[in-house]
Write a protein of this length. Structure first.
Ligand SMILES: N[C@@H](CCC(=O)N[C@@H](CS)C(=O)NCC(=O)O)C(=O)O
Length: 208
């Protein structure tokens, strides 16, 4: 039995919920993290010394890091259409997952945690402004990639590449305090992802 530990409103948990929905998997879920059970609890730290959510338990296996969990679930289910076995085809998927992890984390801290939620220490005006500018520039990168090679990020079909990126695209369109220039391929991509029921349940719901 799979058990997902982490609050359902957390960015990194929602990506895993989306994939669980895509795969149609049964799972148990426990609300840990800000506003719920404290991840400083020794029982949680025994599973994840970093104290972050999500954590996934699968029998004796205990996993952390949302993108690792996405890859694990796809491989566990033999979902080669989401994460191909061929190394080159897999790289075409994983490059976008890493890109989000490396290139979107800082802009999201500035523009979202600082600018939208007003949380310290990210609400310093220069950091908020930088985050908004970088996020806008990275959405333009996605728009160009989709215009050339879409309609999905790794080409003709939905893959794991679309889960982290799809989330940041959703949040880009859900934020109030940003100036958005028209990006036609990105808007078409957001509309395409919105046709997927798990995307609407876990990502494009009432939460940004
Ligand atoms: N790189 C980690 C980041 C995990 C992370 O920072 N999770 C946030 C929620 S999105 C967290 O644990 N926040 C503390 C809390 O909710 O108590 C991942 O991808 O899973």
């Amino acid at each position: 039995m799979l058990t997902l530990l982490g609050r359902r409103n957390a960015y990194n948990v929602r990506k895993v919920l989306w994939l669980l929905g895509e795969l149609g998997l049964e799972f148990a879920q426990e609300d840990w993290g800000r506003g719920h059970r404290d991840t400083a609890d020794p029982a949680f730290r025994a599973l994840n010394p970093l104290g972050t959510v999500p954590v996934l338990r699968d029998g004796q296996a205990v996993l952390r890091e949302s993108h690792v969990i996405l890859r694990y679930l796809a491989r566990r289910e033999g979902a080669d259409h989401l994460l191909p076995r061929d190394p080159a085809a897999a790289a075409a998927v994983e490059q976008w997952m890493d890109w989000v992890a490396y290139e979107m984390t800082q802009p999201m801290r500035g523009a979202y945690l600082g600018g939208e939620l007003g949380l310290e220490p990210w609400n310093n005006p220069w950091f908020v402004d930088l985050g908004r500018r970088e996020w806008a520039a990275r959405m333009a990168v996605l728009d160009e990639a989709l215009a050339i090679g879409g309609p999905y990020l790794a080409g003709p079909a939905f893959t794991l590449a679309d889960i982290p990126a799809g989330f940041v695209v959703h949040r880009w369109y859900a934020m109030k305090g940003v100036n958005r220039t028209p990006l036609p391929a990105l808007e078409a991509y957001y509309a395409l992802l919105s046709e997927r029921p798990p995307f609407r349940t876990h990502i494009r719901n009432r939460l940004p």
